[in-house]
Write a protein that binds this ligand. Sequence first.
Ligand code: COA
Length: 258
Amino acid sequence: MDFVKVKREENGVAVLTIDRQDKLNALDPQVVEEIGQSLLELEGEGPRAIIVTGAGERAFVAGADIAAMNSMTPMEAKRFAELGHAALALLDRSPVPTIAAVNGFAFGGGCEIALACDIRVASENALFGFPEVGLGILPGMGGTQRAPRLLGPAVAKELIFTGRRIDANEAHRIGLVNRVVPQGEALSSAKEIATEIAANGPLAVRHAKAAANRAHDVDIISGLEYEADQFALLFSTDDAREGMGAFVEKREAAFEGR
Ligand code: COA
C-alpha cells in the first residue's frame, strides 16, 4: 500500500491512516481502493474497533482529488463514486465500531469518510464542508445520503448547497462531531473511546452496532424485532454469562468473544 497505513494496537484497536500528505491526503482512485482493501483485510482479523485518521498536522482528508476528477469521463466518475461507496460502506457496515479522528481539513470526501464512521472526534483546528457544488459537481461518496440522515435534511442541505466551511465547534453544535479536543489530540481522544469500547463484550458491541444501524434502515416495528432477536442471541454466548455473572459475583468480567 502506498497511501494507507494500518497499525494494530495491543488492545485490538486498529488505526488506519490515510497518508498522502503532499496533496493533503486527497482521495484519488488508488487511495480509495487502498482504503477499501485495508478495511476488508481488517474485517477478517476481527479488531475491536477501527480508527480512521489523516497523516500530518493539517489534513484529515482535503476531499476527492480534484485534478484526477477533472479528466474523468462520466463512466469513470460513476466508477469512482461506486468505489467510494464500497469503501465507505466497509466503515458504516463494519461489524465493529469505527471512529474518525479528524485532525484537520475534512472537505468533500473527507467529510464523507467521517460521516461513514460511527463516531467522530475533531481537533479544534478541524474544518468541515462540502465544497463540491462550487466545483460544479456534488458530494459523490455518500454525502447527499448520510449528511441528511445524521444532521437532518435542513442543516445538511444548507451545508451541501452553500459549500460553506464550518469549524469544529460549529460541527459539534450541529451534531456532526461527538467531541472537540485540542489540536494534536484527535487521535489520542479517539483511542480513549476505542479503549472504552474494547473493554466491553466484543460480541455485545458487534450486535449492538448491527441493531443501531437498523435504526435508520427500517421501520420501528421491524427494528424492535431485530433488537429483540439480537438481544436473545447474545444470551447464547459465554460473554453474556461472564458479563452478568461477573456483576452478580462482584468481580471484573473477562470477555473472550465467544
Ligand atoms: N484534490 C487534489 N489536490 C488537492 C486537494 C484536492 N481535493 N486539496 C489539496 N490538494 C493539493 C493542492 O493542489 C496542493 O498541491 P500542489 O502543492 O501540488 O499544488 C497541495 O494539496 C496543498 O494544498 P494547497 O491548496 O496548496 O494548501 P492550502 O493550505 O493553500 O489550502 C485547502 C488548503 C484544503 C483549503 C485547499 O487545498 C483546498 O481548497 N482544497 C480543495 C478542497 C475541496 O474542494 N475538496 C473537495 C473536493 S470534491
